[in-house]
Design a protein around this ligand. Structure first.
Ligand SMILES: C[S@@+](CC[C@H](N)C(=O)[O-])C[C@H]1O[C@@H](n2cnc3c(N)ncnc32)[C@H](O)[C@@H]1O
Length: 268
């Protein structure tokens, strides 16, 4: 069986996804697929491609099949213990880079780091920053540590903590979090791919606001300047109200590329 024959068959999956699966199984680039479409797959390669096509047909996210996701131009290892990084989260990096001066030895705390994409990109872009990142999930921390090692990062400390519970008391210039914020009642509205992602990374009680509220309530104790939070597109007013309640100043909300309000920032 050749690449071209596989591509002509009806698999009921996206053509680009099929290309990515072929690249993954054959460990080749897309250019190879097009320039060698008469390449004959070995029997092992045929069984592997059949297996991953079946997984994709069952809506397993491409990133969980290939074990990788790009974020801010860098590759991150992912598995079902971590949320697959979303493009709107890249905005957090732009916001921090605008506010932080490269040469300053700033201290950053990220709560709920998952695969570590936010902290690791910041560690690369701000080599003088001292970054602490945390997660409650030991399985997610394993993935985060693998990414720290993969990217050869030395300015990140990874701590297991339920939000602030186990963070040694200190003040940070930046406190960043993309916490779980999906309303538990919305479970049935999620798409099928999302069902593969860890519930602890997605859902929060109190209309999806419980984690955001816990973080906002405690963050003043640990913060010197900037709080940066990702939230749901319909949570802007509730997040802003909560920030006002705790006397945060200079409250702003940024829209994602679909014009949905998604990231709120505030100063102490
Ligand atoms: C939406 S994911 C964000 C992951 C990553 N920062 C990103 O942006 O792709 C939320 C993360 O918060 C973690 N988390 C959930 N509850 C937590 C808690 N009580 N304390 C610390 N981390 C928590 C989850 O394990 C998950 O990794």
């Amino acid at each position: 069986v050749t690449i071209s024959q596989i591509k002509k068959e009806q698999h009921n999956i996206d053509m680009l996804d099929l290309d990515m699966l072929l690249c993954f199984v054959l460990q080749k680039t897309r250019v190879f697929l097009y320039s060698h479409d008469d390449y004959v797959l070995s029997s092992d390669e045929i069984s592997s491609i059949k297996k991953v096509i079946r997984q994709r047909q069952n809506n397993k996210p491409l990133s969980y099949i290939t074990g990788k996701k790009e974020f801010y131009g860098f590759d991150f290892l992912v598995n079902e213990a971590v949320l697959i990084p979303r493009p709107q989260t890249e905005m957090i990096i732009d916001i921090v880079l605008k506010l932080a001066k490269k040469e300053q030895p700033i201290k950053v705390l990220e709560l709920g780091c998952g695969c570590g994409c936010i902290s690791i990109v910041l560690a690369k872009m701000l080599p003088n920053a001292k970054i602490t990142c945390t997660d409650i999930s030991s399985e997610a921390m394993v993935v985060c540590q693998q990414n720290i090692t993969y990217h050869k990062i030395e300015n990140i400390k990874l701590i297991k903590s339920d939000w602030f519970a186990d963070i040694p008391y200190q003040k940070f210039d930046f406190l960043i979090s993309n916490p779980p914020y999906v309303d538990r009642e919305d479970t049935n509205k999620m798409n099928e791919e999302t069902t593969y992602e860890p519930k602890i990374a997605l859902f929060s009680s109190d209309g999806g606001m419980a984690s955001l509220r816990s973080i906002i309530a405690k963050s003043k104790d640990y913060l010197k300047t900037h709080l940066i939070l990702e939230h749901g597109f319909n949570q802007k007013d509730r997040v802003q109200k909560e920030l006002k309640k705790f006397n945060f100043k200079n409250i702003k909300t940024f829209n994602d590329s679909l014009s949905h309000p998604r990231i709120s920032t505030a100063n102490i």
